[in-house]
Ligand binder design. Structure first.
Ligand SMILES: Cc1ncc(COP(=O)(O)O)c(C=O)c1O
Length: 425
């Protein structure tokens, strides 16, 4: 046992432990010449060996190289409201440029809680139940790392957004894949039930859904509520497209269902709602005991989210019109896009929410109809000049259905140019 610091090696820890004496020194000995050391990066074992560059990055780069219309990656090609942009400028000039509180500035958390109360009837406490995050992606990984333990299982419904599985893997847990019904992409509760084991800690649900553009119904949410009621399973509810639900349907937030809200982390993203995906500002809402754990992780993976954007969003949210108008705004684009696609040989799948439209390309005149999805999308980008995302990218095993996802969060002229090109198929 090391009794005092002088007995240690040349570099001492403040508190010596019995094992210290067996360890090599942490720094080179002061007399060792660095000229004799050849630079060497130690070998590492990847925490995420299966992960490469995402398909979104790959397709966006290809679209740029080929001068293709980029309907691949999900982001608008139009600007956000000038009022919101001006509010950022005003916030910066008003001196809101230093660290904000860890959980987000109070006015923004209060605005989020007020909106959720008004829309979904659930009263979240802005002080202890709402946290502003650096995008929904950070909220998702934070929820998983905070609430899921090594050895746990987390159910993911495929196809799914690509950050879910790496988040689960990094938590040391096991993703359990349950397919949404092929063709309709509706949840199959018998399959979900069969996937539940004593180790199931959470299920991740995403509605409106990326990539299939389906929206869960009230009846489906009630089925989920009943299924989870006798269990200790948490719900991570990814609702980033909460304001993009069409044809008069309502977004069925988990916050609407008290028994679900009590076990849920509800996540949404200002990037989607206000056409500012690059700002990476989002939020999570959850009962206080879940949120307390969420914040423990949040404070060490980002600590805080940029201040001027938070002030701008808080001021802008005083007016509910921008998000209340969003369904009409995107429904018009969806209808314009679908009307044009209906004239092509692409088969349209329903698009009830989100800003995506999936198409089945197996009936096109070109021989490319028999290509697997990833190759088809590359062909479409290079030869037709329209970038799309293969649905297989949203499945862990690359399940192929001859379906491509197109994003219609674009200026009308962008959509019309793309339609003109797709008409040749
Ligand atoms: C379903 C889904 N969840 C989460 C995100 C991430 O949102 P953010 O950009 O706020 O991180 C996206 C973005 O495309 C998404 O489609």
């Amino acid at each position: 046992m090391v009794a005092d610091r002088t007995a240690c090696n040349t570099v001492c820890r403040i508190t010596c432990r019995t094992t210290d004496i067996d360890q090599p020194p942490y720094l080179p000995h002061p007399t060792m010449s660095t000229a004799t050391i050849s630079p060497r990066t130690p070998a590492i074992t990847s925490r995420l060996p299966a992960v490469g560059t995402t398909i979104f990055t790959v397709m966006s780069a290809l679209a740029t190289d080929c001068g293709a219309v980029n309907l691949g990656q999900g982001f608008p090609d139009f600007a956000g409201d000038p009022k919101l942009l001006d509010a950022v400028d005003a916030a910066m000039r008003a001196g809101h440029n230093q660290y904000p509180p860890m959980a987000g500035i109070a006015p923004l958390r209060e605005a989020i809680a007020k909106k959720m109360q008004a829309l979904y009837g659930h009263g979240y406490d802005a002080g202890s139940e709402v946290t502003v995050t650096a995008g929904a992606t950070q909220a998702i990984i934070t929820a998983v790392l905070a609430l899921v333990h090594p050895g746990d299982e987390v159910i993911v419904l495929e196809p799914c957004y690509d950050s879910y599985v790496p988040s689960i893997t990094l938590a040391g847990a096991t993703p359990v894949f349950v397919p949404l019904t092929p063709g309709t992409f509706r949840p199959d509760f018998a399959l979900i039930k069969a996937a539940i084991t004593p180790r199931t800690r959470a299920i991740i649900v995403n509605s409106p859904h990326n990539p299939s553009a389906t929206v869960w119904t009230e009846a489906e949410m009630r089925q989920l509520e009943a299924l989870l009621a006798p269990t200790e399973i948490l719900l991570i509810s990814d609702e980033v497209y909460e304001h993009m639900v069409y044809d008069g349907a309502l977004h069925q937030s988990a916050a609407r269902f008290p028994a679900l809200a009590a076990r849920s982390v509800v996540i949404s993203s200002f990037g989607k709602t206000y056409h500012v995906t690059g700002w990476k500002v989002a939020f999570a809402a959850a009962p206080a005991p879940l949120m307390a754990e969420f914040r423990k992780v949040h404070q060490f993976n980002v600590f805080t989210v940029n201040t001027p954007m938070q002030h701008a969003l808080a001021a802008y949210m005083a007016d509910p019109e921008p998000y209340l108008q969003l369904p009409a705004f995107y429904q018009r684009k969806r209808d314009l896009f679908r009307a044009g696609l209906a004239k092509t040989r692409l088969k349209l799948l329903p698009s009830s929410g989100s800003y995506f439209q999936c198409v089945d390309y197996s009936g096109i005149a070109n021989e490319a109809r028999s290509l697997p999805e990833a190759e088809f999308c590359q062909w479409l980008t290079r030869e037709v000049g329209v970038a799309a995302i293969p649905l297989s990218a949203f499945y862990h095993d690359g399940y192929d259905q001859h379906i491509a996802r197109l994003c219609f969060a674009k200026k009308d002229e962008t959509l019309l140019t793309a339609l003109d090109r797709l008409a040749k198929l």
